[in-house]
Design a protein around this ligand. Structure first.
Ligand SMILES: NC(=O)c1ccc[n+]([C@@H]2O[C@H](COP(=O)([O-])OP(=O)(O)OC[C@H]3O[C@@H](n4cnc5c(N)ncnc54)[C@H](O)[C@@H]3O)[C@@H](O)[C@H]2O)c1
Length: 271
């Protein structure tokens, strides 16, 4: 049974990117704590699977197939939310990938695509959710950022980093504008968390794994389930005085100076 501190019974949550990875883990954790869900992803089969799993946890779930880089599709899903639930208590803005390319070579179309996926999509969803939450005087929003929101990654991440930097400014501005009217806005900043894309990159370039681990003092990559407790906490009233926060989910990455040494990593022993 969920502790009363984190009980989400009677709450309605919208989570994007819910077919897999962090979005799916977030949706299942919120359902486990008592929330009903509207889950969104461009992967229809995947998001329906997540909705089925939410129902298995005893909660109500609606699966919506949509591309969150498109405001028309975002508005349509919020219209469906109004029809089906008439309420939103939590928004998890998780979906959206970036494009990779060297700053001197990346096409402006790819830069725009990253911006559309990560900034425009999150903002449009915040606007739709925020209007409804402000009308009721309560709500919580989490915008997933990245360690790239506050520090540079290199390796061709210019478009992604610029977009993720904008995501945390969005969070700060919206928190400042809305928290006095009951709507909290926070960001979670993950470091490398295993997903199929990361698995493929590590398979193609095995040394990457060690490179990532050198920056993670806990000595392991993240797992999507690592977001579960934080998501429930931020959706619950236990976090009612936490807003505008940028919360690392990074095994200690941001705390460690990038020039520092991870004492648990054999590759850096004695260096
Ligand atoms: N995994 C990491 O290492 C990491 C680190 C920092 C930040 N993040 C960010 O966290 C978020 C989730 O990452 P993840 O690891 O769960 O990724 P993932 O690739 O495992 O899952 C992303 C999900 O979002 C969906 N999606 C992507 N773009 C979409 C769009 N435009 N419209 C609808 N659905 C879309 C995909 O279909 C997929 O189901 C992303 O924004 C990512 O940039 C991830």
């Amino acid at each position: 049974m969920t502790s009363k501190l984190f009980d989400l019974t009677g709450r309605v949550a919208v989570v994007s990117g819910a077919a897999q990875g962090l979005g799916r883990a977030m949706a299942l954790a919120l359902a486990d704590a008592g929330a009903d869900l509207l889950v969104v992803d461009r992967n229809g089969d995947g998001v329906r699977q997540t909705a089925d799993d939410v129902v298995r946890l005893g909660r109500r779930a609606i699966a919506e197939t949509a591309d969150v880089s498109d405001s028309v599709q975002i508005r349509a899903l919020f219209a469906r939310l109004d029809r089906e639930y008439g309420q939103i208590d939590f928004l998890g803005n998780v979906a959206g990938d970036g494009t990779v390319g060297a700053p001197e070579e990346i096409s402006l179309a790819d830069v725009e695509l990253s911006w559309r996926n990560l900034v425009f999509g999150r903002f449009c969803s915040c606007q739709e959710a925020g209007r409804r939450m402000l009308a009721r005087g309560r709500g919580s929003i989490v915008n997933i950022g990245s360690i790239a929101s506050v520090t540079a990654l290199g390796r061709g991440h210019i478009a992604y980093s610029m977009a993720m930097g904008a995501v945390v400014q969005m969070t700060r501005e919206l928190s400042t504008e809305w928290s006095g009217r009951g709507v909290r806005v926070n960001s979670i900043l993950p470091a490398q968390i295993i997903n199929p894309g990361l698995d493929a990159r590590i398979a193609a370039e095995p040394e990457l794994r060690n490179q990532f681990l050198k920056g993670i003092p806990t000595g392991r990559l993240g797992h999507p389930d690592d977001i579960k407790g934080l998501a429930v906490f931020l959706a619950s009233d236990s976090s009612s005085w936490i807003t505008g926060a940028l919360i690392p989910l990074d095994g200690g990455n941001l705390a460690m100076n990038s020039g520092g040494t991870n004492p648990t990593c054999t590759a850096t022993k004695g260096k």
